[in-house]
Design a protein around this ligand. Structure first.
Ligand code: UP5
Ligand code: MG
Length: 200
């Protein structure tokens, strides 16, 4: 059979920018598989016998970025599992990764030649709006980082570590920006042209 190389869109933006919400919308309408790095880490944290549970837990609460070897292994396995089950599923939205220099280096080392990064879909959202959304969600999410203290740290990490990664891709002309401060439907409509012209 014709082995397809994974086609990847990195989905980035601040905490609560709407990455997960919009990725769910996209997979309803386009042939992408959504992989949230944060969700994969939370699953690994909850997995019985995981040697990384405590480390992941601490990093998430502190808004710090987990060492890339852990995250990249989870992402790689999720991609492989998806393509093994269904070889037509080779398009991925990788949500919340790469978040820093370490993440990007890890990706480049492990995935070198094994996947094509098409572009970065950037959900650009006002920090205050981001915080408000996460605090609202925190009333019921059970997420250990949806509180004001963790959110301040998540925003700091985003500004210090993740924004420079987005800027790096911007220099390569590979960033597609969506105004993410608007309503869910308006953001979806803003993302639509970027996603639809990459289906090829
Ligand atoms: N909502 C969404 N869109 C809205 C809109 N347009 N208008 C009004 N409300 C909107 O949305 C957040 C909330 O806002 C929801 O209640 C939603 O209904 C509402 P969501 O779609 O969940 O936003 P998202 O951007 O996905 O927010 P999330 O909290 O998931 O972002 P983070 O990037 O902070 O979280 P993530 O899960 O990616 O990472 C968590 C932690 O894991 C990190 O801080 C880090 O410690 C660790 N991590 C790593 O170490 N490495 C990684 O590679 C990934 C994560
Ligand atoms: Mg998310």
């Amino acid at each position: 059979s014709l082995e397809m190389k994974p086609q990847v869109v990195f989905v980035l933006g601040g905490p609560g920018a709407g990455k997960g919400t919009q990725c769910s919308r996209i997979v309803e309408n386009y042939s992408y598989t959504h992989l949230s790095a944060g969700d994969l880490l939370r699953e690994e944290r909850a997995r019985e016998g995981s040697e990384f549970g405590q480390l992941i837990d601490n990093h998430i609460k502190e808004g710090q970025i987990v060492p890339v070897q852990i995250t990249i292994n989870l992402l790689k396995k999720a991609m492989e599992d998806t393509m093994q089950k269904d070889e037509t599923k080779f398009r991925f939205l990788i949500d919340g990764f790469p978040r820093n220099e370490d993440n990007l280096q890890g990706w480049n080392t492990v995935m070198d030649g094994k996947a094509d990064v098409k572009f970065v879909l950037f959900f650009d959202c006002d920090n205050k709006v981001c915080i408000q959304r996460c605090l609202e969600r925190g009333k019921s999410s059970g997420r250990t980082d949806d509180n004001r203290e963790s959110l301040e740290k998540r925003i700091q990490t985003y500004l210090q570590s993740t924004r420079p990664i987005i800027q790096l891709y911007e220099k390569l002309g590979k960033v597609r920006t969506v105004d993410a401060s608007r309503s869910v439907d308006e953001v979806r409509d803003g993302a639509k042209p970027h996603v639809s012209d990459s289906q090829g």
